[in-house]
Ligand binder design. Structure first.
Ligand SMILES: NC(=O)c1ccc[n+]([C@@H]2O[C@H](COP(=O)([O-])OP(=O)(O)OC[C@H]3O[C@@H](n4cnc5c(N)ncnc54)[C@H](O)[C@@H]3O)[C@@H](O)[C@H]2O)c1
Length: 371
């Protein structure tokens, strides 16, 4: 019998100890809920969520993990939490992830993203056990040639804005640790698998970040206002948050089985046909919500933002057997369903979010069995 994705992930993570950084953030909260549905024992490490509407609170995240609220830059604390926990896996998602904010706080962005990752890896050095580590960077690590070709894992890294550069630097740091301390030739001594996941822009319920289009759309539609957009022609890869998260989990599962084969970087993005201009994505959102308007405002003084970036996902498809399940239309629709539910009633977003995950994993039969 062919093993389903749910079964494969359950086999890899049920009863396992997972140290998850960034568990209070958008992706981190979806990851936390997914891991808890898989039966994992999770310890989270991140800053306090920013508002009461953060997904972490809506899913009652504090009840499904040991939640540590602390800074990645607090090296001693981070080390202590990792060493005390003795994790089987680490998923490192915590970061300052916003391009525009990185222009306001560039040095802090470098500190959190680059030094923060080095702090995680330093703690991993102190672990005297097998541990598999998936470090999350971004599609923006690629030196952007503004060309039509999708980027492959072996393309040159770089970064114009501080956020992109910080994540490209993070990858250099990871490479250095992998060579210096977690070298394949000495695997039997250190027993660490170190992999990198590069995903593109993702969408999904519960993202309230500033300067991200979907939260702006959802807030505007819920309040019967027109959403203001800056770069209608910018082509971006649109993908539901659950797609790369399943990629991270599959990568972790494979890494645990074959650490010397999967200790590399993988792209996770949509099919090329689902990289769409912002304007087309908005039309899909309007269709899906059955109402909504937008207006284009460009003040001409905006910081540089990369115009075009597509990811080549063939390596993840071939080696991890990961592939995107939803096209852009389905991803936008699933996202808008979440925000519409939140704005209409919103009384049980924990259940709604759980059900979206179970449907995504094709285990609708489990709906009602899990909260
Ligand atoms: N959302 C996207 O579209 C997208 C795309 C590509 C890559 N990523 C990457 O995915 C990861 C998660 O992104 P997200 O969208 O969930 O971001 P988010 O802003 O919603 O969450 C960030 C998380 O990091 C934590 N964090 C930030 N600074 C910290 C610090 N100094 N110490 C400890 N924790 C800290 C926050 O508390 C939060 O839990 C990031 O590494 C980001 O770069 C996100």
């Amino acid at each position: 019998m062919v093993e389903s994705l749910f079964q494969k992930l359950q086999q890899a993570y049920k009863g396992k100890k997972i140290f998850l950084t960034g568990h209070t953030g958008f992706k981190g909260a979806w990851m936390l809920k997914t891991l808890s549905l898989l039966g994992a024992d999770v310890k989270g490490y991140a800053l306090e969520p920013q508002t009461k509407d953060d997904l972490f609170y809506l899913i009652k995240g504090e009840q499904i993990c040991d939640s540590v609220i602390a800074d990645l830059r607090d090296k001693k604390r981070l080390e202590k939490e990792i060493i005390d926990f003795q994790p089987d896996f680490i998923f490192h998602l915590a970061a300052q992830p916003l391009v525009r904010l990185s222009y306001e706080i560039p040095a802090e962005t470098f500190e959190v993203n680059v030094v923060g990752t080095a702090n995680v890896l330093d703690a991993v050095r102190l672990l005297d056990k097998k541990c598999d580590v998936v470090l999350v960077t971004t599609d923006k690590v690629y030196h952007n040639n503004e060309w039509i070709y999708p980027y492959r894992e072996n393309d040159r890294l770089g970064g114009y804005d501080p956020y992109s550069a910080s994540k490209a630097c993070t990858e250099l740091v990871i490479d250095s640790y992998r060579n210096s301390f977690f070298n394949s030739k000495k695997y039997n001594t250190h027993k660490k698998g170190i992999a990198v996941a590069r995903a593109g822009n993702v969408i999904g319920g519960g993202d309230w970040s500033k300067d991200r289009l979907i939260p702006d759309i959802a807030k505007a539609f819920a309040n019967d206002k027109a959403v203001v957009i800056r770069n209608p022609k910018s082509v971006r890869p649109w993908q539901h948050v659950l797609e790369p998260l399943m990629g991270y989990l599959l990568l972790g599962a494979n890494l645990a089985e074959e650490p010397l084969q999967f200790n590399q970087a993988y792209n996770f993005g949509p099919q090329l046909s689902d990289a769409l201009p912002v304007e087309d994505m908005l039309e899909l959102a309007i269709q899906s919500w059955s109402k909504g308007e937008y207006k284009v405002e460009s003040d001409g003084h905006q910081p540089h933002e990369a115009g075009l970036l597509k990811l080549d996902i063939n390596k993840a498809i071939a080696e991890l057997k990961w592939f995107p399940k939803m096209n852009a239309e389905q991803a936008v629709s699933k996202t808008m369903d979440w925000y519409r539910e939140f704005s209409n009633d919103g009384s049980d977003m924990k259940k709604f979010t759980t059900n979206q995950i179970l449907c995504f994993l094709n285990v609708e039969n489990l709906i009602g069995k899990y909260n």
